[in-house]
Design a binder for this molecule. Structure first.
Ligand SMILES: NC(=O)c1ccc[n+]([C@@H]2O[C@H](COP(=O)([O-])OP(=O)(O)OC[C@H]3O[C@@H](n4cnc5c(N)ncnc54)[C@H](OP(=O)(O)O)[C@@H]3O)[C@@H](O)[C@H]2O)c1
Length: 280
């Protein structure tokens, strides 16, 4: 079997058109463009790259944006004050704190002062709690991107066994909760999981967010499974995912490539949330 590749770029183009139409409507209704505020602390390259991807799309679709930059040694109190200020600003519709934060800055202390209605990346405790409880919430981008690509397969999720490898708050956990919400049966694996391959081989849907190239090989995949790769691992000349694509594509029914799979969709989600509100 050779897997069908899930084209994140094509889906991203469709979503961008939706964003553009909604941004125009927002501007007409409110008499101003929607405004997304980004906060960057320090100079982590992946955080800054994500910020650039977001602002480029804002520009293209007609959403206003601002970027506040702090040096890595700024105090937690100063970051909290800025987040609180943006939260209270009626002309700001969404706020994204770019991650990772420098060591010594506690993410919890920062996200807890971000008003839930503007926490468009869904990283604060209220949105995470609402996601867990099955209430409307802002859902982190990777989980939204996973759902968008699964939709492309046309496969009904109800009753399917979804195995999620990785349990980070931005990756594995929200993916698992979204799939549970759609009636999949879920198993979450992590670095202490014993006999990982025995578990991944039982997956109808396998989502991998580990941060290690070739963490999943073809021998670990059930024939015909849908495999979604959230990994972004820099290598000389580009990036690779967490899945060993050459062997997995011979076994899986569907595979999201890296680059060009989940990546092009993830950063669109904070803009979508700013314009459309929480995921029901
Ligand atoms: N596509 C996107 O838009 C997007 C967005 C964010 C991140 N990423 C990428 O996704 C990858 C993962 O990032 P993340 O933030 O979700 O994860 P993370 O915080 O780096 O955590 C990695 C997770 O993988 C688990 N793990 C590590 N080694 C493992 C192993 N050998 N077997 C099974 N599980 C293992 C860890 O288990 P423990 O919990 O036990 O340590 C942990 O839960 C990275 O490449 C990152 O760049 C992509």
């Amino acid at each position: 079997m050779t897997a069908t590749m899930l084209d994140g770029r094509a889906r991203a183009r469709e979503i961008r058109r939706e964003l553009q139409a909604r941004a125009r409507e927002f501007t007409e209704q409110q008499g101003r463009a929607a405004h997304l505020a980004l906060l960057a602390v320090g100079d982590d390259q992946s955080a800054l790259l994500f910020g650039q991807q977001v602002t480029r799309v804002c520009q293209a679709v007609g959403v206003a944006y601002s970027v506040t930059r702090f040096a890595a040694d700024v105090s937690e109190a100063a970051i909290r004050a800025q987040v609180a200020h943006l939260s209270n600003d009626p002309a700001t519709d969404g706020v994204v704190v770019l991650l990772p934060l420098p060591q010594g800055v506690r993410q919890r202390m920062v996200t807890e002062v971000l008003t839930p209605a503007k926490d468009v990346d869904g990283l604060g405790p209220r949105n995470a709690g609402n996601l867990m409880l099955g209430f409307p919430s802002f859902v982190p981008g990777t989980a939204e991107a996973v759902m968008a690509l699964l939709q492309e397969t046309g496969i009904a999720l109800r009753g399917k066994h979804a195995v999620i490898v990785g349990r980070s708050n931005v990756g594995g956990k929200p993916v698992a909760l979204q799939l549970l919400r759609h009636d999949a049966t879920i198993t979450i694996c992590h670095s202490r999981t014993v006999n990982l391959a025995d578990i991944t081989r039982t997956a109808d849907i396998l989502v991998v967010s580990v941060g290690r190239p070739a963490a999943i090989t073809g021998a670990m995949v059930r024939p015909g499974a849908v495999v979604l790769d959230a990994g972004i691992n820099p290598v000389p000349g580009g990036v690779v995912g967490d899945v060993h694509a050459a062997s997995v594509r011979e076994v899986a029914g569907w595979l999201s490539p890296v680059p060009g799979g989940l990546g092009p969709l993830t950063h669109l989600m904070v803009i979508r949330h700013t314009l459309f509100g929480p995921t029901p």
